[in-house]
Design a protein around this ligand. Structure first.
Ligand SMILES: [Zn+2]
Length: 65
C-alpha cells in the first residue's frame, strides 16, 4: 500500500502535503524517486508514471494558517 490516502481511482491519490514523492510504486511502472510539488491548481501528474496526486482540500486549508 502506498503511504498516502486510498486512491480515488486507479491512478489518482489524495495527499495531505503539497510535496509528494513518487517512485511509481515499483513493478513495471517503477521509476527513480522524484518529488512533485502540487501547485495552485491543486493537483500534479507524475511525468514518469502519469499518476495524479490531488491535494486534500481540508489539509490545504489547515496548513494555510
Ligand atoms: Zn511516478
Amino acid at each position: 500500500m502506498p503511504d498516502v490516502s486510498a486512491p480515488t481511482d486507479d491512478e489518482t491519490f489524495v495527499v495531505s502535503h503539497p510535496v509528494v514523492g513518487c517512485d511509481g510504486g515499483g513493478g513495471p511502472l517503477g521509476h527513480p524517486l522524484v518529488y512533485l510539488r502540487i501547485e495552485a491548481a491543486g493537483e500534479v501528474v507524475c511525468p514518469y508514471c502519469s499518476r495524479r496526486f490531488v491535494l486534500d482540500p481540508h489539509a490545504a486549508a489547515a496548513s494555510g494558517h
